[in-house]
Structure formats: structure tokens, C-alpha cells
Design a protein around this ligand. Structure first.
Ligand code: PSU
Ligand code: MN
Length: 304
């Protein structure tokens, strides 16, 4: 086993017994939501995974250890420390491990650690992607490269239109990443169910998600799979409200000269401020919805 990896006793036992396990990221805790809603949500997401028959494994870097499975105390610690925790992507890992520092795992690093631990399914809110204007800035999230090389199924609610969704789909196609719509033919756009872009395939059951992923792994094709699960209708937000907030946020980011790893957290925080509590409530609901689907899919994989 990797000498930096610490699998919690509960997660290790579940994996050894072939029971379903679902990975969860920690950037959403430290950078994605304010304290204390971030900690409350993280614990509620774990509870939802349990209620749907799987064991949750919240992933983070604590004191230079790659943690697969955090305790409630560790989740509280990360949530309270908030953006003071380093947002850790693939390139940050060597320094954080050697210096024994803390890191909040993005989709990228959560996939890396999940794969090391042997966890196949990961639930989150939204992924990173190709930013608008990337033809000038080259700002393309490392999440897309990770999906191309690491064998984990990522269940999300699509991507926010702070990104260029069309270019994000093109990039995933080039990299050989299947983009699946769960019970939809259209890519969802996080707060809203519709983006106007089609997905590669529609799948309607957790059992078929499991069998498609097993086929990818068993056939020796490297990389992961992206499952996009639309926000439940009753929590989705009006498209005009979101579009307007995103335009404002992009404008402010350009004015303030924001770039690099600050870009996504800056835009997410601005959108949240501009839309008030509504977007936070929607955000929480879509993560819970993804947690339910991930638990059912992990359970279907265990039975297969
Ligand atoms: N998009 C969201 N919510 C998030 C993120 C993205 O709607 O919390 C976080 C995830 O952790 C994702 C990361 O992996 O931001 C992508 O950051 P970047 O664009 O810097 O790669
Ligand atoms: Mn970036």
C-alpha cells in the first residue's frame, strides 16, 4: 500500500468485504460553502450515503496523510479552517506530503486517492472544466485530465456555466471520457437541469451505470467516467437568475485580475453572493441527490 495513504477502519473493512463505498471530496467543504453549513452538509451527505446502503469515505489530506475516510472531527476541522486549507490539485501533492500539511481535495485529488484505496464511485457537486476564454488563458481544470487517466466514476450535477460547457465536452471527447446523462439526454448545468448541450449516452438505472463502468475497467480502457445527474426539478433555479449572476461574476473576476487556482473559488463565491441563500440551498440539494445515486450505483457494483 502507498505509504502516505490512511484508510479509515470502517472504510477498510467495507472494502475488504466487498461492500459499497462512496468517495466524497473536501474542497467542497473548505472552499465551496460557508461554515457551519459546509460541515452540516458534509455530515448530511455521509448520512444519506449510509441510508442508501453504502459507506461514505470523505477524502482529504491531513498532516501529510492521504485520508480515505475522515472522522466527523476531521470534517469539522477542515470546515472550520475553510479556505485557509490549501486547495490541493495533482501538482500540489508532493509538497503537501513532504511538508506534512493539510489539503482540501478537488475532484482531481479525490479521484487519485479513491483509486489508491480501491474506491470506484465518487459523488460531488460540480466538476472543473474548460474556462470561458481558455483559448487565451489556457485555464483548463486538471479534473478533465484526471478523468482521462484515473479509474473512478464521478457523479456530479454537470458543470456551472462559469465554464465553457461546449469546450468542456469537446475536451472530454478528445480524452476518451464517456459523459453519461442520468435519466436525461441533456448535460445539466449544476443549478439548472438544462444546458442546451447533449450528453454522449443516456442511462436510466444505477445497475446500468455499474455495468458500463465495469465494462470500461474490465476491457482495460484507462480513465474514469462522468455521470451527470440533474438537480431535482423542485430545487432548480431560474436560468435567467443564474446566467445574470455568472456574467457579473466573470466580469468582476476579469476586473480583479483573478487567475489560476483562485479562479474557480472566486467565481463560485461571487455567484453565491449574488444569488443569496437560494443557490446555497440548491447546491446542498444537488449534492444530496448525487450522494443517493452514487450509493445505489456502488451497491449495484457490489452485487454484480
Ligand atoms: N465546481 C463547483 N463546485 C466546486 C468545484 C468546482 O461547482 O466546489 C471545485 C471542485 O473541487 C473542483 C475544483 O474539482 O473546484 C476545480 O477547480 P479548478 O477549476 O481550479 O480546477
Ligand atoms: Mn484552473
Amino acid at each position: 500500500m502507498n505509504k502516505y495513504l490512511s484508510i479509515s477502519p470502517e472504510v477498510a473493512k467495507a472494502l475488504a468485504e466487498g461492500k459499497p463505498v462512496v468517495a466524497l471530496e473536501s474542497t467542497i467543504i473548505s472552499h465551496g460553502m460557508p461554515y457551519p453549513q459546509n460541515v452540516e452538509t458534509a455530515l448530511r451527505v455521509e448520512q444519506t450515503i449510509r441510508e442508501n446502503g453504502a459507506v461514505p469515505a470523505t477524502i482529504a489530506i491531513i498532516g501529510g496523510r492521504l485520508k480515505a475516510g475522515c472522522t466527523p472531527e476531521e470534517i469539522e476541522y477542515l470546515g472550520k479552517k475553510g479556505p485557509a486549507v490549501i486547495k490541493a490539485s495533482r501538482r500540489d501533492l508532493p509538497v503537501l506530503l513532504a511538508r506534512k500539511e493539510d489539503g482540501a481535495t478537488t475532484v482531481t485529488t479525490t479521484m487519485i486517492i479513491a483509486a489508491m484505496a480501491g474506491i470506484k464511485v465518487f459523488a460531488t457537486g460540480g466538476i472543473g472544466g474548460v474556462h470561458r476564454g481558455a483559448q487565451h488563458t489556457f485555464d483548463i481544470s486538471a479534473d478533465l485530465e484526471e478523468l482521462a487517466q484515473t479509474p473512478v466514476m464521478v457523479i456530479c450535477a454537470g458543470a456551472k456555466s462559469i465554464l465553457d460547457l461546449g469546450l468542456t465536452l469537446e475536451y472530454l471527447e478528445t480524452k476518451g471520457v464517456p459523459v453519461i446523462g442520468y435519466q436525461t439526454d441533456e448535460l445539466p448545468a449544476f443549478y439548472t437541469r438544462h444546458s442546451g448541450f447533449g450528453v454522449d449516452y443516456r442511462i436510466d438505472t444505477p445497475e446500468e451505470l455499474a455495468s458500463v463502468f465495469e465494462a470500461k475497467i474490465a476491457s482495460g480502457l484507462k480513465g474514469g467516467m462522468l455521470v451527470t445527474n440533474p438537480i431535482p426539478e423542485e430545487y432548480s433555479m431560474p436560468k435567467e437568475v443564474i446566467d445574470c449572476a455568472i456574467e457579473h461574476a466573470l466580469h468582476e473576476a476579469a476586473e480583479a485580475g483573478i487567475h489560476g487556482k483562485q479562479c474557480t473559488p472566486f467565481l463560485l463565491a461571487k455567484v453565491k453572493d449574488l444569488t443569496g441563500g437560494d443557490s446555497l440551498a440548491a447546491n446542498i440539494q444537488l449534492v444530496l441527490n448525487n450522494a443517493r445515486l452514487a450509493a445505489k450505483t456502488a451497491a449495484a457494483m457490489s452485487k454484480a
